[in-house]
Structures are given as structure tokens and as C-alpha cells.
Design a protein around this ligand. Structure first.
Ligand code: HEC
Ligand code: HEC
Length: 284
């Protein structure tokens, strides 16, 4: 063929068309070939070092002994090593002592966040923001008290406020006077007729002469304009007066049960949650 090659001496395949169109036989550039061999070497090295080739019932494990599971376990062990001293302190300390230690309190709040999301947020809302019928935990208004001890007690033994339904004991007039009075109390004033019923019907026995509530029994403070049973206002207040709270004799009674967590969670988790709730902003 070469004798017919119109381009003698040129490194071509001898195939040519249309006079001067021909296929050259240039070698692949050296840099490219070096890259090619290096990448093959890396590939082989990689499959020897790491788990790689499938075998019949298993796979080649690699000489480095690396597995994703081992790496995960090593990472977890590092995290555990950081957590262990904190967990040990929480174990030994009371919730009040944990609160007094800034670093430990911060750790506790962070580690209780998920727990709160799991066990508490369904009722109390994310971050304790509250839901209709469930008290806000992220404020300064407490039915049962906002000291760290009281919060811990609430979580451990549960709570169930009890207010009798007054619908059948009082006249419509008395109920609407009371409603006016309670709404006025929330706005910083009072209603004379309603105040008289407040005394004669015995509301004061639970809510106090000053209507500020009693944390021993969780009777709400009626003077702060914060309503435990949303949305507040005349209709909602009237409903509470008529049907009460947790009164089994009235089918429409409001339901307010804080479950007992003492048996569902261990003591450390309860301490953590108490610190978390306290730190939500409402502890006192
Ligand atoms: C099934 C719904 C429900 C769940 C779950 C629940 N709570 Fe409650 N919680 C309530 C209700 C209802 C009340 C109010 C009880 C009452 O009015 O007597 C309450 C009251 C409280 C109070 C007292 C508030 C105050 O003003 O004194 C605290 C503190 C509290 N809950 C914390 C928690 C924590 C922490 C968890 C998670 C471990 C939790 N709750 C889970 C329903 C729930
Ligand atoms: C036996 C005690 C008791 C008596 C008597 C009582 N209450 Fe209550 N009341 C409570 C308790 C406890 C709560 C809070 C319930 C809860 O949150 O679990 C409450 C809640 C309320 C609320 C809802 C407050 C809110 O924040 O939404 C109103 C309003 C109220 N009471 C008004 C009255 C009036 C008016 C009377 C008199 C007719 C009265 N109560 C008599 C115990 C009582």
C-alpha cells in the first residue's frame, strides 16, 4: 500500500479518500497514557485496600479491614466518650444542681430536646409553645409552679386539675355575671355583681380571694389575662364555668390530664426534661 501512498513518509494508515483525506496513526499523547496507567493502578490499589470484589457467598474484605459499620462504631464511641462524663454527672446531681452548672445545663437542654419532641410535643407543642387545651410551657405562667422541683414533680406524678361544673348549680344570670367578672379580671378590672357570685358560689375557695389561683391544686390565675383554655374570652370562660374541668358528672367537661411519666421514663430523663422545661423561658 505504501507505494501507492501519496503522502510518503507520513505516519498514516494508508487509507485515504478524496485525494487528500486520510487516517493518521499518531500515538496517544504520553501525558494521557500516564494518566491512564495511574488511574488503573489506583483502581487496583483501591480494590485491594477496601472491600470490593463480590465472591460467591461473601465479598473480598480488603486488606485495611475497613467497614462502614466499624467507621460508624468508632464515631459513636467518640460521641459516647464526650457524653459519658456529662451523663454521669446528671446521674449524681439533682435537677437544681444541674441548672446551677451552665455547661451541664446546656448539654442537658440539647440532649432533652429530642426527648421532649418524642414525649411531650404532641400535647404541649414544639418547644412548649402550647396547643389548644394544653398549657404553654414556654412562658412564666404556671398552674402548678415553675420552680425546678415543681416542674420535676409535675412530670413525675402527672397532674389533673379538677373544677366542678357549675351549670346546674347556678342560674344563667349568675353564670353570665361571673363570666363578666372573670373576663374583667383578666383585663385588670372587675364586675361588682359577678364578684358577689364569685364569693357566694365558692369560686374563691379554689381560685383564692384575689382570684390569683392556687398552685397546690393548679387552679388557674384568673387575673393575668392568660387563658389556660384557649381562646379565653367570654364564650370560653363561660364554658369552663358551666362544664368545669375533669368533672366526670358533666359529659362536656373540659379534659385536662397531664400523664404520669414517673413509670415511663427513667429518673435521668425526667431530670433532663425538667431542666429543659425550666429553661424554655418560664422557670422561676
Ligand atoms: C397527653 C397530653 C400530654 C402529654 C403527652 C404531656 N403533657 Fe404535660 N400537661 C398536659 C396537660 C393537659 C396539662 C395541664 C394539666 C392540668 O391542667 O391540670 C399539663 C401540664 C404540664 C405541666 C405543668 C404546667 C403548669 O403550668 O404548671 C408541665 C411542666 C408539663 N405538663 C410538662 C410535660 C412534659 C415535660 C411532658 C413530656 C414528658 C408532658 N408534659 C407531656 C398534657 C400533656
Ligand atoms: C374545686 C376547686 C375549684 C372551684 C370551686 C372553682 N374552680 Fe375554676 N378552676 C379550678 C382548677 C383546678 C382550674 C384549672 C384546671 C386546669 O387547668 O386543669 C380552674 C379553671 C378555671 C378557669 C379557666 C381558666 C383559664 O385559664 O382558662 C376559669 C375561668 C375558672 N376556673 C373560673 C371559676 C369560677 C368562676 C368558679 C366559681 C363558680 C370556679 N372556677 C370554681 C378549680 C376550681
Amino acid at each position: 500500500m505504501s507505494d501507492q501512498n501519496p503522502f510518503p513518509g507520513e505516519n498514516n494508515t494508508g487509507h485515504y479518500w478524496d485525494g487528500n483525506l486520510r487516517e493518521l496513526l499518531n500515538p496517544i499523547p504520553k501525558w494521557w497514557m500516564i494518566g491512564f496507567w495511574i488511574s488503573i493502578a489506583i483502581f487496583i490499589g483501591y480494590t485491594i485496600w477496601y472491600p470490593s470484589w463480590p465472591l460467591i457467598n461473601t465479598h473480598f474484605k480488603g486488606v485495611a479491614g475497613w467497614t462502614a459499620m466499624n467507621e460508624y462504631k468508632e464515631d459513636m464511641a467518640k460521641i459516647e466518650a464526650i457524653r459519658a462524663p456529662y451523663e454521669e454527672s446528671i446521674n449524681k446531681m439533682s435537677a437544681a444542681q444541674i441548672l446551677a452548672d451552665d455547661q451541664l445545663a446546656n448539654y442537658t437542654v440539647r440532649s432533652a430536646k429530642v426527648l421532649f419532641g418524642d414525649k411531650c410535643a404532641a400535647c404541649h407543642g414544639t418547644g412548649g409553645a402550647g396547643n389548644p387545651g394544653y398549657p404553654v410551657l414556654a412562658d412564666d405562667d404556671w398552674l402548678y409552679g415553675g420552680t425546678i422541683e415543681k416542674i420535676q414533680e409535675t412530670i413525675t406524678i402527672g397532674r389533673q386539675g379538677m373544677m366542678p361544673a357549675h351549670g346546674s348549680r347556678l342560674s344563667d344570670q349568675q353564670i353570665s355575671d361571673l363570666t363578666k367578672h372573670v373576663v374583667a379580671l383578666g383585663q385588670g378590672s372587675e364586675d361588682a355583681a359577678g364578684k358577689a357570685v364569685f364569693m357566694s358560689a365558692g369560686c374563691f375557695a379554689c381560685h383564692g380571694m384575689d382570684a390569683k389561683g392556687n398552685q397546690m391544686m393548679g387552679s388557674a390565675n384568673l387575673t393575668d389575662g392568660i387563658y389556660r383554655f384557649a381562646p379565653g374570652g367570654a364564650d370560653s370562660v363561660k364554658y369552663t364555668i358551666a362544664h368545669g374541668v375533669n368533672d366526670a358528672s358533666d359529659a362536656k367537661s373540659r379534659n385536662a390530664v397531664m400523664p404520669v411519666f414517673g413509670k415511663m421514663l427513667d429518673e435521668n430523663d425526667i431530670k433532663k426534661l425538667a431542666v429543659y422545661v425550666y429553661k424554655l423561658g418560664g422557670g422561676q
